[in-house]
Design a protein around this ligand. Structure first.
Ligand code: PRX
Length: 649
């Protein structure tokens, strides 16, 4: 563990919005009197009707979380309309295509026009306040228009990452009974086409078999590739938008009206529909965007995430646009056409703030320094990291080579559920330690507890909980409030349990150690091992499957699958390939198994519970430290697993 401390740069300090003294002062105020603190900061967004109540939250009993509950506002109004007077001609979105010669700039006024037209298209096709709209899109400006158009009329969007399969898309359409889908003919990433419309067609068929009828599919023409067309259902986006009126009044939304659903994986069952609401979410997303990245008016800001993940929601679209920023949206991948791409784009658009994931940093680090050093990167001022723990080597490389020792790195810890960043350095306030997310943001009260729920004080390591609400917190699991209570508030009564392990050091800094549940983090993508297992057992040859994560140099964690086959099946490379293809088909390429081990049996307790601890150790090739195996029903199974392990170092 690196113990090196980086004193933030004089430069950053002198221009930063928040210095350490201010951080300490505001943090204390935010904890001592959250009503007053958030009552003040809630005003950073515009309200049609101001709130008089600020915080009404309970983590016990039925768990009810309400912020600014009697206020009325609208997210698209805050992200667009309110900027028009001052910065109508300022660029809102810089779009950088997959192909480096393809780019586009959209001003706030153009954004207004596009979003209003699209909102009118949706309205005229019967989409109403509270309806669920599924968005399955590539990284093109129309994805942001679609999100904002939903918020304009009060429809709830559910974005499904373009890398998910038709099955996964169908599951998400069915769960929230979505009747309107926005997609594109094809996506384009790294020069490869992704058949989004075709996948949507297949998903809609599956949804239909599950009694959910999608009435319309709005299709953006991205590649002009050939697609099947269902005339009574499908609508070309460009035709409909061209014919629509260019003004649409923003709906007056209650602060607690749903804003979006985003599905995310947990340790059990199907992905959960994380529900975020309007007022508190926007206040929190915009405030963290400003202070965490030390955003100043006129900055060019780039977050490399996909809008299919929460990072794209909060820090490509809602946070930056609420702040009137210029946000860059990138369609491609970090290594296409070359591993210089990120830095070429930084130079091309003079990016000041750059936010990416450790997996990308590690991959680019592996490609060599030359790809970085041949670019200027002079415009860069703040660097950010998100999605998984950043190992100190990658941190140092990011700091030294990419940032040229000039840019503070904000290692931001948060989750789909938290809506925005909870633990993070602030560029002008926090001394940095490579690998540590450092200190809580305003209003955030982390607590470490042991497995019995006893609170751990001082320098320690335990399970990370948050003891009180913040405005960006999720409000429920869509359609299943009981699951919300069970998942997040029952392990440690009265506290929000994050599912992460964490260490606190002598300076009170937090170091996230990774998930303590059966969730793995592959290239910054969160995945439930149970989901991969259920995909595997749906293959005819598989009798039983257990999936664990193991350390992977680039991906952070890789997917290791133990499989027991049906009688008479042969566990060979052909079957391995077939199983990989099967999982990709069921969930999507992001869930591709890295290692598959066939085994006649799995280590189980006498009551039949799979001992994952042992499977994790073998997958890590750390089998000398297996611990107590005496409770196993058949200890002999372990020898076979070790002998046939797939990850020998
Ligand atoms: O384990 C933590 C890890 O990602 C999980 C949340 O994943 P997701 O909901 O997909 O959201 C990712 C983007 C916000 C967390 O429970 N994680 C996220 N950021 C960090 C992190 N782990 C360590 N350091 C981080 N900065």
């Amino acid at each position: 563990m690196s113990q090196k401390t980086y004193n933030i740069l004089k430069d950053a300090k002198s221009r930063a919005l928040i210095d350490d003294e201010t951080y300490q002062k505001w943090y204390k105020q935010s904890i001592k009197d959250p009503e007053k603190f958030w009552g003040k900061h809630g005003k950073r967004i515009d309200w049609f009707k101001p709130y008089t109540k600020v915080k009404n939250t309970s983590f016990t009993g039925k768990v009810a979380i309400k912020w600014f509950e009697d206020g009325l506002t609208n997210v698209s109004y805050n992200c667009i309309d309110r900027h028009l007077d001052k910065r109508g001609d300022q660029v809102a979105i810089i779009w950088e295509g997959d192909n480096p010669y393809d780019d586009k700039k959209i001003t706030y006024r153009e954004l207004y026009d596009q979003v209003c037209r699209l909102a009118n298209v949706m309205k005229s096709n019967g989409v109403k306040k509270g309806d669920r709209v599924t968005i399955y899109m590539p990284m093109i400006p129309e994805a942001a228009y679609a999100m904002l158009a939903c918020t304009r009329i009060g429809a709830i969007h559910s974005i499904v990452f373009g890398g998910f399969s038709p099955d996964a898309l169908a599951g998400r359409i069915v769960d929230c009974e979505s009747t309107f889908v926005i997609t594109a003919d094809e996506g384009l990433r790294g020069g490869k086409k992704v058949p989004l419309k075709h996948n949507t067609d297949l998903a809609i068929e599956i949804a239909q078999r599950n009694d959910v009828t999608v009435k319309n599919v709005l299709v953006v023409q991205r590649t002009a590739g050939k697609v099947e067309w269902f005339a009574d259902r499908d609508i070309w986006y460009h035709e409909a938008v061209a014919a629509a009126k260019p003004d649409c009044k923003p709906a007056k939304m209650k602060a607690e009206d749903p804003l979006f659903i985003l599905y995310t994986s947990g340790s059990t069952g199907k992905p959960k529909g994380v529900l975020h609401t309007t007022g508190g979410y926007l206040v929190y997303a915009s405030m963290t965007h400003e202070y965490v990245f030390d955003y100043h008016e006129g900055d060019i800001y780039w977050c490399t995430a996909d809008v299919g993940w929460v990072t794209g929601h909060s820090y490509i679209v809602y946070g930056p646009l609420a702040n009137g920023a210029t946000t860059l949206m990138f369609e491609g991948v970090p290594n296409y056409p070359s591993p210089s791409r990120f830095w070429d784009v930084v130079d091309k658009h003079q990016v000041n703030i750059f936010y990416t994931a450790p997996t990308a940093i590690r991959a680019l680090m592996g490609a060599g320094d030359d790809h970085v050093t041949k670019t200027s990167r002079k415009s860069l001022r703040t660097l950010g990291s998100v999605g998984e723990p950043i190992n100190p080597e990658a941190w140092e490389w990011y700091y030294n080579v990419v940032g040229g020792k000039k840019c503070p790195i904000v290692d931001t810890w948060w989750q789909t559920e938290t809506g925005g960043i909870l633990i993070t350095p602030l560029p002008g306030a926090t001394k940095l330690k490579p690998g540590s997310a450092t200190r809580p943001f305003f209003g955030v009260q982390p607590q470490l507890v042991d497995n019995d729920g006893d609170v751990l004080a001082g320098t320690t390591e335990g399970n990370l909980c948050i003891t009180d609400s913040w405005p960006g917190q999720m409000r429920t699991v869509y359609g299943d409030h009981e699951r919300f209570i069970q998942t997040y508030f029952s392990t440690y009564k009265g506290k929000y349990f994050t599912g992460d392990g964490c260490r606190r050091d002598e300076d009170g800094y937090y170091w996230i150690t990774g998930r303590v549940d059966d969730v793995i983090n592959v290239s910054g993508h969160r995945m439930g091992t149970a989901e991969v297992e259920s995909a595997l057992v749906s293959h005819d040859a598989v009798s039983e499957a257990a999936v664990v994560g193991y350390p992977h140099d680039v991906k952070g964690q890789g997917i290791y699958c133990y499989i027991t086959l049906m009688e008479g099946q042969e566990g060979d490379d052909t079957l391995r390939k077939a199983l990989v293809a099967h999982v990709r088909h069921e969930i999507g390429p992001i869930a591709s198994p890295d290692k598959i081990q066939f085994s006649p049996g799995l280590p189980k307790t006498r009551s039949g519970k799979i001992m994952r601890r042992i499977l994790r150790k073998i997958a890590e090739d750390e089998f000398s430290a297996l611990g107590d195996t005496s409770t196993l029903a058949d200890p002999g199974v372990v020898d076979d697993l070790i002998a046939n392990r797939q990850n020998k170092k």
